[in-house]
Design a protein around this ligand. Structure first.
Ligand SMILES: NC(=O)c1ccc[n+]([C@@H]2O[C@H](COP(=O)([O-])OP(=O)(O)OC[C@H]3O[C@@H](n4cnc5c(N)ncnc54)[C@H](O)[C@@H]3O)[C@@H](O)[C@H]2O)c1
Length: 336
């Protein structure tokens, strides 16, 4: 049985779906601060399998103790955390509390229960502002521009020290690039609360008429068309990467993988491709650069291919088609 923290969130719900389809039993814990119970119910409907859900917080040690004593958990996938970069700048303590203290509580509860296999949701942001592209796992972590990125770097360091100190632990750090898209059913997807922080949910909310227009932050970057370039990957490819990464947990140690396509796409290219694939018009304008945005970064994902047999299979058109399918079927997300 696999414990999935944050399994009612965007990426977690897609991972739960892939785990069930691969024959795993899953317990989800989530405090629903940014997740939806409805996503779990829909995963159950899509897969025709049951998910055990327990409502609670990863910072609550008594709750974690209860979970590990009640269920026969063999390994953990740890998605629970806060992820909005701008919010992390205004509320740094909250971010360190959930992302760092929460992870420490989880590790302590796992240790007490004798469970030492974990896959952690890290981010390409840990490479820092000065790294050269493409990012390769062998590069050192860099200086993060914001508390969100710093919290991911701190947790990576904690896991690195833990693996060094206690050879029973098997730890996989998955550094995601920019996950977008939704399950092909259109029944689960990204449902941001409030104004979306990321490009794709913003685009799809403009497309569906919730927001008037998109502002592209900066068109004077040293990139192909002046707008920022990112490595977007389909969330279902990312979820499949998680399932494959479980194979690494058989052997103690610390393993780090980039999960991306290796192909940078610019913001403007994304907007134009969305209009073409979804056959909708998007109002957009160019605005000033946003603080902390890097011009361009993408993954060298060859290590994941070599060791996990993982490679992003879905192309940009599939990412857009599935985003649009989810958004148009559920214009107001899970509250539709
Ligand atoms: N979405 C991205 O672009 C991206 C990129 C890199 C890394 N990540 C990381 O992947 C993970 C999942 O991201 P996501 O996009 O699915 O975010 P999400 O907000 O949709 O999911 C996170 C889930 O964790 C839950 N949660 C938050 N705090 C909790 C707590 N204290 N106790 C229990 N549950 C809690 C939320 O309710 C939510 O369901 C996060 O750790 C995030 O930092 C995301």
């Amino acid at each position: 049985m696999i414990l999935v923290t944050g399994g009612a969130g965007y990426i977690g719900s897609h991972a739960v779906l892939e785990l069930l389809n691969s024959g795993y039993e899953v317990v989800v814990i989530d405090n629903l601060s940014n997740g939806a119970l409805e996503s779990i119910e829909r995963v159950e409907r899509i897969t025709n399998k049951k998910v055990i859900f327990e409502h609670g917080d990863i910072r609550d040690s008594a709750f974690l103790k209860y979970i590990f004593s009640k269920y026969a958990i063999l390994s953990v996938m740890h998605f629970a955390g806060l992820k909005a970069v701008s919010e992390s700048v205004s509320s740094p303590l909250q971010y360190y509390d959930v992302n760092v203290t929460g992870t420490l509580e989880l590790i302590k509860a796992m240790s007490t229960a004798g469970i030492n296999k974990i896959v952690f949701s890290s981010s390409a942001t840990v490479y820092g502002e000065a790294a050269t592209v493409p990012y390769v796992e062998s590069m050192p972590r860099g200086q993060s521009a914001n508390p969100y990125g710093a919290s991911k770097g701190m947790v990576e360091q904690i896991f690195t020290d833990l693996a060094r100190a206690d050879e029973r632990w098997s730890i996989v750090l998955l550094r995601y690039f920019n996950p977008i898209g939704a399950h092909e059913s259109g029944d689960i997807g990204e449902d941001p609360k409030g104004v979306p922080n990321n490009l794709m949910p913003y685009i799809s909310q403009v497309a569906v008429g919730i927001r008037e227009k998109l502002t592209i932050f900066g068109n004077d970057y040293p990139t192909r068309d002046g707008t920022c370039e990112r490595d977007y990957l389909h969330v279902s490819d990312l979820a499949e990467g998680h399932v494959l990464s479980l194979s690494m947990l058989k052997t103690p140690g610390l393993y780090t993988f980039n999960l991306g396509t290796g192909k940078p796409i610019s913001v403007l290219e994304m907007v134009l491709a969305f209009q073409r694939v979804a056959k909708v018009e998007l109002k957009y304008e160019f605005g000033k650069r946003r603080d902390g945005d890097l011009p361009a970064f993408w993954a060298d994902a060859s290590k994941a291919k070599e060791l996990l047999g993982w490679e992003a299979k879905r192309d940009l058109a599939a990412m857009i088609k599935d985003t649009w399918n989810w958004q148009s079927k559920n214009p107001n997300g899970y509250n539709s």
